[in-house]
Design a protein around this ligand. Structure first.
Ligand code: CU
Length: 379
């Protein structure tokens, strides 16, 4: 197996590049390192159905836009930028925008499965997705949506995860709830192939998952993220529970009605839009609902890829914010708390007062761009 590191330094196909191109390559290498951001604890053996296929040793350089014939790396450095022209923007080969209907993303926390081994099988695919009435994006997705499915497990359960890549480029899966060898488990999966690995969440909390294929910024910024909510062994107080995943949208000029996610804009870190659960303002249009007297629990995860989320509810205070590993690390009487990019925290409020409450990223330029919604407390 070729040492993937050598690709970014000594590969003759990389020589003679412009300084800007070289910067992008260096950035993608750095992004790959950032993909392995879970601490490496006790290693679990990842099993990979993607190894040992044709093209394994060809070593040829594919022209831009065609499948790579380079050796497959044993980690997530099976890099879309080292062997192809860097995709400046996301692309899809899906249906025309007229066929892409808007659907609201359900923010309710799904029920907890009861079995000891929770089996998940996600498919990565690139597809057109309508995120507003007037905006269809070229989305890179898990299970065809932004965000991917909300996963809910309990500490002590084992997650057996399989990723099948039905897309056109390599993808991978990095669970922040896992402590696992990222070079094995989080490595890229080639189109048409699959990878399976297992992990047992060590801590309760609200965790991000995302594609870790380099450049991570591009894959994360094009929609490949979601949340895994891990309950502690002893359940928290009964509550009405929601999951909100903040993300940023950096859009290029629409072509044939589809707006690509723009890599250079992502590098510029000035988003066009923000969203909770993939769609700007969707919970303004149709609010979340709870009843007076409920404990309302928000699992707030920030996919970024770059900016924090200053989570706040107008007219309310958080009785408790769990900074990590609930029920530990609790602070009380909180007005606003930042959830960093790549992080997740659990917010609780007692719905003593009926009314309409706006939840918002109180970095208001970002709230105004779509990270805002309504919570209606009925009588
Ligand atoms: Cu990906």
């Amino acid at each position: 197996m070729q040492n993937p590191t050598s690709d970014s330094t000594g590969d003759p196909t990389v020589t003679g590049l412009t300084s800007r191109r070289r910067f992008v390559l260096e950035l993608s290498t750095m992004a790959t390192a950032l993909a392995a951001c879970s601490p490496s604890g006790e290693p679990h053996a990842g099993t990979d159905t993607a190894t040992g296929t044709a093209n394994q040793q060809s070593g040829r350089t594919a022209p831009p836009g065609t499948p790579s014939t380079r050796p497959r790396n044993a980690d997530s450095r099976a890099d879309t930028s080292l062997h192809h022209a860097m995709p400046g923007a996301s692309t899809v080969a899906g249906p025309t925008p007229a066929n892409v209907l808007f659907h609201r993303f359900d923010a309710a926390l799904p029920a907890l499965p009861t079995q000891e081994v929770v089996t998940l099988h996600f498919t990565a695919r690139e597809t057109a997705l309508r995120v507003r009435d007037d905006t269809v994006v070229a989305a890179w997705t898990f299970e065809g949506d932004i965000p991917g499915p909300i996963v809910h497990v309990r500490q002590g359960q084992t997650v057996e995860f399989t990723l099948t890549n039905a897309g056109q480029i390599p993808h991978s899966m990095d669970f922040h709830a896992a402590q696992i060898d990222p070079k094995v488990a989080f490595r890229s999966v080639m189109p048409g192939q699959s990878i399976t690995y297992t992990f047992k969440p060590k801590f309760a909390g609200a965790f991000l998952y995302h594609c870790g294929t380099a450049p991570v910024l591009m894959h994360l910024g094009s929609g490949m993220f979601g949340a895994i909510i891990v309950d502690p062994p002893a359940p928290l107080r009964r509550a009405t529970e929601f999951v909100l995943i903040q993300s940023e949208l950096y859009l290029g000029a629409a072509q044939n009605g589809i707006s690509p996610f723009d890599y250079n804009k992502m590098l510029g870190t000035l988003p066009d839009l923000f969203a909770f659960n993939g769609r700007p303002d969707q919970y303004q249009a149709e609010p979340l609902r709870a009843r007076r007297g409920d404990l309302v629990r928000f699992h707030v995860v920030n996919a970024g890829p770059t900016h924090p989320c200053a989570f706040h509810i107008v007219g309310e205070q958080f009785d408790t914010v769990y900074l990590g590993a609930p029920p530990g690390n609790a602070i009380h009487g909180v007005q606003t708390f930042d959830v960093p990019a790549g992080g997740g925290m659990v917010f609780e409020m007692q719905a003593d007062v009926a009314g309409e409450f706006v939840f918002v990223n109180h970095s208001f330029g970002h709230g105004q761009k779509g990270a805002i919604g309504r919570l209606v407390i009925g009588a």
